[in-house]
Structure formats: structure tokens, C-alpha cells
Design a protein around this ligand. Structure first.
Ligand SMILES: [Zn+2]
Ligand SMILES: [Zn+2]
Length: 268
């Protein structure tokens, strides 16, 4: 399977990173699946090898704007492209109200079947190529991780939303093939914040991934303060994780494509 990162920043769009979104595509599957849909995701899709026409379902981790404000525009573009295949969106309670309001107010006739499913934690959904279980995280708003198990090769991965306690996923982390997890701050920066946000630090993430021998770790949701022009940079996040975690680590950039067909994730 391949994972395409469409947005890897936290909270706001920057020159280097769009806000949260990633595409998951299984081998020999024409369809693909979108996880989170921050503002501008449709433009990121156009610049990747994925297409809105072949998008089968969208999973939203939580209702903070940087994870779902891109939905109405994407739904509208799908119609304008003449793509009439059905689409299902899975999200927390409130996703229906948000999308139905946007569609009603715009008097939008999508012309294709849109199904909106509000999941509960521990719900499980089954697809042709994989199963997906919804797990609860710890954040300032109800937030979910998705535990995905591939049907044929049996690879397992977690795509997590915003979360301050990676340890909460402990039951699913043992020898997990891949964990995709936010890492918004380094520990020192977090400790100095006047107001604490419920996000994970590089130190905590590294310690947890090492404790449960997670095989591969890809980090996203990078705070804008870590960038090429600042004294803080992503290498600091990478170093802090590496000093605690000995598995394979990647700090995701927008448009990175990773392959998970062997035990080691590779960047294509
Ligand atoms: Zn976020
Ligand atoms: Zn959030």
C-alpha cells in the first residue's frame, strides 16, 4: 500500500506545508481513501498522483478546522468534474450538520450519492481491502485514530488524529507495522508554552514507539514554528524522536509518498 501526504502542517497553512490530509491506496485497487481534509486539500490532490474521481471514502479524525474545512470545496469540485461515483464520509458527531448546512445554504445539487456516517469510538468498518477500527485519543476536542488492517498481506497501521497521549493506543501498538502520528512540539518548546495544548511532543512519541517496538513511524502535524527560515527546524523533532526510538522514522513533507509492502517503509 502507498500513503501520500497531502498536508503535514499543524493548525494553519504555511509556505512549506498545507494542513492535514493524507491518501491511502492499496495495491491493485483503483480506489483510494482520504484521511482528514484540511482547507486546500483538493488543490493538493490535483498536484499529486491521486484524483478526486477515484476517491471512495473520507475519514475525518476530529472537528478542528485544520482537519476538515476542505470538505465542502472538494465535494463541489467532484460534481464540477462530472464525477458521479458515490462517496462516503466517516466523521465524528457534527460532521452531518456541517456538511448538510454547507450543501443546503449553497443550494448545491451534488448529483452523486453522498453518504455521511457519524462513527462512535470502537466502531469497526469493513472494506474490500481492509478493516478499520475507530479508537479514542486525548485532545482538546474528541479525536480519533483509525486502526487499519489489510485483508490480504495482513499489514497493520494506525493513522492518528491530534493526540496528547500516544500511550493511549497501547493495545494496538505492539509490533505495529506503521504508526502515523502527530508530533507538534519538541519537549523544550512545549515546556515553555504559557498555555498547554493537548498535542504530543517528540520525546513522548519516541518513548512510546520504542516501548511497543513500533516498526515504522511517520510523523506529521508539524507546528509552523519548525521551518527552514527559523532557528527551530524539523531536524530538532527528528533528533529528539531518534534519541528515544530506534525503529524506522520519517518526518513527512507534503507530497511525500511512502510504500508499506515490506517490513520497512520506504519513501518513493
Ligand atoms: Zn490539528
Ligand atoms: Zn486538533
Amino acid at each position: 500500500m502507498n500513503i501520500t501526504f497531502l498536508g503535514t502542517g499543524a493548525g494553519q497553512v504555511t509556505k512549506e506545508r498545507n494542513v492535514s490530509a493524507l491518501g491511502l491506496k492499496f495495491d491493485e485497487d483503483k480506489k483510494w481513501y482520504l484521511f482528514d481534509c484540511g482547507e486546500g486539500t483538493q488543490r493538493q490532490i490535483i498536484q499529486s498522483s491521486l484524483s478526486v474521481e477515484k476517491l471512495d471514502a473520507i475519514f475525518i479524525t476530529h472537528l478542528h478546522g485544520d482537519h476538515y474545512y476542505g470538505l465542502p470545496g472538494l465535494l463541489s469540485t467532484k460534481k464540477l468534474n462530472g464525477s458521479l461515483s458515490s462517496l462516503t464520509i466517516y466523521g465524528p458527531k457534527g460532521i452531518k450538520k456541517f456538511l448538510e448546512s454547507a450543501i443546503d445554504l449553497s443550494e448545491e445539487d451534488l448529483g452523486y450519492k453522498l453518504s455521511l456516517i457519524e462513527y462512535l469510538f470502537n466502531d469497526e468498518f469493513f472494506f474490500e481491502k481492509f478493516s478499520l477500527k475507530v479508537l479514542a485519543l486525548v485532545h482538546s476536542k474528541e479525536s480519533a485514530a483509525f486502526y487499519i488492517k489489510e485483508s490480504t498481506q495482513g499489514k497493520s497501521l494506525i493513522i492518528a488524529g491530534d493526540n496528547s497521549q500516544p500511550e493511549i493506543l497501547n493495545k494496538y501498538l505492539h509490533n505495529l507495522d506503521l504508526l502515523v502520528h502527530e508530533c507538534t512540539f519538541t519537549q523544550e518548546v512545549y515546556d515553555d508554552l504559557p498555555e498547554k495544548y493537548l498535542h504530543t511532543t517528540a520525546r513522548d512519541l519516541g518513548i512510546t514507539a520504542q516501548k511497543y517496538h513500533v516498526k515504522n513511524l511517520i510523523v506529521n502535524h508539524i507546528n509552523p514554528r519548525y521551518n527552514k527560515k527559523r532557528t527551530l527546524n524539523v531536524e530538532m523533532i527528528e533528533d529528539e524522536i531518534k534519541s528515544n526510538y530506534k525503529g524506522k522514522l520519517f518526518i513527512a513533507n507534503d507530497f511525500d509518498v511512502y510504500n508499506l509492502s515490506t517490513d520497512e517503509v520506504s519513501l518513493l
